[in-house]
Design a protein around this ligand. Structure first.
Ligand SMILES: Cc1cc2nc3c(=O)[nH]c(=O)nc-3n(C[C@H](O)[C@H](O)[C@H](O)COP(=O)(O)OP(=O)(O)OC[C@H]3O[C@@H](n4cnc5c(N)ncnc54)[C@H](O)[C@@H]3O)c2cc1C
Length: 387
């Protein structure tokens, strides 16, 4: 006999946990399922922009390992600069701790969290677990990440995406690691379609590289090269993990009948920065609001209204940047206005769309150049797929 709930949330990453938090807080009967035993890790840099942290109704202090006020940017391993800001830009977390904390908040307000519960199949809002248990609900929130089961079960196409590889370097006894305290490092221009990063954590630094799917086979060698160039021991990186970052197209499905897709399951990763925690939280909250209002279609409208314009702007900026990264890196280096616009976006005080609207008539040129770059990018992607 199936157990009935108001809502079932599949996946307890940032998207699922924040949805469950709001739903249970509104007094709904919520089942939150995850296939992994918690605390569980997830391939991720664990960088939470201040814009993302601000979305939460509680502080992330208990799981903050480092507060970032500075970006050290390097271009093609040649020149480098560092800019500071007078307020925090991001916090560094470890996903095992961050996700366990978020799930704990949801459970505290009443969500029934069951880890070690892989979902095997989904039909409409009926969910069957690997142990044979069956659960039904009025609505289902699919927050099961980049390789989730729900999209496949409901016959939706796989989302396109970028790829990334990350690993950890110890801080103890490492002269390189002591260089990183409240700064993150970004390596621009070296990885087609992406970048490299150094994220400092409590006892280690997280290093990664990411880019277009075509670079997948070279990620390992690239990460080692990048680590060495930052004076880490490239061969000694531990916990190496690759994963794909799902990117939605403007018309990718966000819901199907009573099933709402959030976070990576909806492909809401920012195509410019690769940041996905912020939109996972935001979409989880929007999905919860739609369920509480008893108006599921309002979820799609809200995402198209509040998130998709930002993704569209990020797609445009990504196409422009990847075409010719040098002038944009120069602007970031030399223009105080550009740097402070970047910081304001990262802090959630401005958006990509507000940045674009300030370009005035120059926006017409930017649109044309971006359209040209986007066409070149999609032709290159089609060529790669055909090979
Ligand atoms: C290498 C790498 C580095 C990244 N670095 C950053 C970063 O620094 N900052 C940032 O903002 N973003 C980063 N991202 C993106 C970020 O990790 C994701 O966008 C974010 O985790 C999405 O959250 P989510 O809740 O949608 O999904 P997830 O966090 O992926 O959670 C999905 C959950 O669903 C569960 N699940 C899956 N299948 C099932 C099933 N069948 N049954 C039950 N449960 C299931 C999984 O166990 C998992 O817990 C990075 C991504 C990669 C690959």
């Amino acid at each position: 006999m199936a157990r009935r709930w108001d809502v079932i949330v599949i996946g307890a990453g940032p998207g699922g946990s924040t949805a469950a938090y709001d739903l249970a807080g509104a007094g709904l009967d919520v089942l939150l399922l995850d296939r992994a035993r918690f605390p569980r890790d997830k391939p991720c840099g664990g960088g939470v922009l201040i814009s993302a942290a601000k979305l939460l109704p509680f502080s992330l202090d208990p799981v903050t390992e480092q507060t970032i006020r500075s970006f050290r940017v390097r271009y093609k391993r040649s020149w480098e600069f560092e800019h500071r800001y007078d307020a925090p830009l991001a916090i560094m977390t470890q996903r095992s701790r961050l996700d366990a904390f978020l799930v704990e908040q949801a459970a505290m307000v009443g969500a029934d969290f069951r880890d070690g519960s892989p979902v095997r199949s989904v039909a409409d809002t009926t969910v069957k677990l690997a142990n044979g248990d069956v659960h039904e609900a009025e609505a289902l929130i699919a927050a099961d990440g980049a390789n989730g089961v729900v999209r496949r079960a409901l016959g939706l196409p796989r989302l396109r995406g970028a790829v990334a590889l990350e690993g950890n370097a110890t801080r103890t006894g490492s002269a390189a690691a002591s260089r990183w305290s409240d700064a993150v490092g970004l390596e621009l221009g070296s990885m087609p379609g992406g970048y490299g990063w150094v994220f400092p954590k409590g006892d280690h630094c997280n290093l990664g590289v990411g880019g277009y799917p075509a670079v997948a086979s070279s990620l390992r060698a690239e990460l080692q090269r990048y680590a060495r160039s930052e004076s880490f021991d490239g061969e000694a990186l531990t916990n190496l993990r690759a994963h794909h970052l799902p990117l939605r197209d403007a018309d990718s499905a966000l819901m199907l009948d009573r099933v709402l897709f959030v976070g990576d399951a909806a492909g809401l990763v920012d195509p410019l920065s690769g940041e996905g925690i912020g939109h996972a939280i935001r979409s989880g909250q929007l999905a919860a609001a739609a369920v509480v209002a008893g108006d599921l279609p309002s979820y799609r409208r809200a995402v198209l209204d509040q998130i998709e314009p930002e993704l569209a702007a990020a797609r445009q900026l990504q196409a422009l940047f990847q075409q010719t990264p040098w002038p944009y890196t120069q602007m970031l280096k030399r223009s105080t206005r550009f740097w402070s616009a970047f910081c304001r976006i990262v802090r959630g005080e401005a958006t990509y769309t507000s940045f674009q609207s300030r370009l005035g008539p120059a926006k017409i040129l930017v649109d044309a150049a971006a359209a040209f770059s986007e066409r070149r990018e999609s032709r290159a992607a089609a060529w790669q797929t055909a090979r």
